[in-house]
Design a protein around this ligand. Structure first.
Ligand SMILES: *Cc1c(COP(=O)(O)O)cnc(C)c1O
Length: 222
């Protein structure tokens, strides 16, 4: 096993351990390997070890790597900031978008999703701590946005995504993640059938898993 493959299996074991430690079924937590800054050759190596879902932040880099890996059955997730004039390649190349935070971008992704592909899976990004440097909507904006997004035919609304501040203590991480979980429950009470909580990175995955993450986005630890 290569170094990278070892790191992958360490992360898989960690996820399993964290899930069991808070009485969750480990199979309910999906590992999304964040491959930003990693070359296609490393992605291929990790894919060979069985990892299928990879996430990219930087669209230009992703668009260079995706064709190099066309023979691999990779599911691509977009986790970067969305720019209005760059929605088309996102709609064409990705199965999931975790960082939607406007109706305008939602409309464009729906319109630009190619015929013949299933609807694109969407998580709406929340900014629950008001950090100016992060995108995402506030909790108040969520219900009205979801109402409108729900009408778009080529989007499939799956869930919510958030990131606590990098400086957050463990207690603060729990608070932010638990808030996101509550919001998901509230939205489902209003009739949205959301099944995904995209939360948890290398530094805060334990808190995220214990608060109900269904997808963790892990880069550095792999
Ligand atoms: C980079 C990134 C990650 C992965 O973070 P690590 O700390 O490297 O695990 C997850 N989510 C988003 C949105 C990122 O930009």
């Amino acid at each position: 096993m290569s170094k990278l493959q070892q790191r992958l299996s360490q992360v898989q074991a960690q996820i399993r351990r964290f899930a069991l430690s808070c009485d969750r079924d480990p199979t309910g937590v999906r590992l999304i390997a964040v491959s930003k800054t990693r070359p296609a050759s490393e992605i291929r190596e990790v894919w060979k070890a069985g990892q299928k879902a990879f996430a990219e932040n930087y669209l230009q880099d992703a668009l260079q790597k995706i064709p190099l890996l066309h023979d691999c059955d990779i599911e691509w997730h977009f986790i970067g900031r969305i720019q209005s004039n760059k929605t088309r390649p996102i709609a064409e190349n990705f199965t999931w978008v975790h960082t939607l935070s406007s109706l305008k971008h939602g409309r464009r992704l729906s319109e630009q999703r190619p015929e013949g592909l299933p609807p694109i899976n969407i998580c709406v990004q929340l900014n629950l701590t008001g950090e100016a440097s992060k995108s995402g909507i506030s909790a108040d904006e969520l219900a009205p946005l979801l109402e409108k997004l729900a009408d778009l035919p080529h989007l499939r609304l799956r869930g919510l995504m958030t990131m606590p501040p990098a400086s957050a203590t463990t207690a603060e991480q729990h608070e932010v993640f638990s808030r996101l979980h509550q919001l998901l429950t509230e939205m489902n009470r209003q009739g949205h059938g959301l099944d995904s909580l995209s939360m948890g990175m290398s530094g805060d995955m334990q808190a995220a898993i214990c608060e109900g993450a269904t997808m963790v986005r892990i880069g550095t630890a792999i």
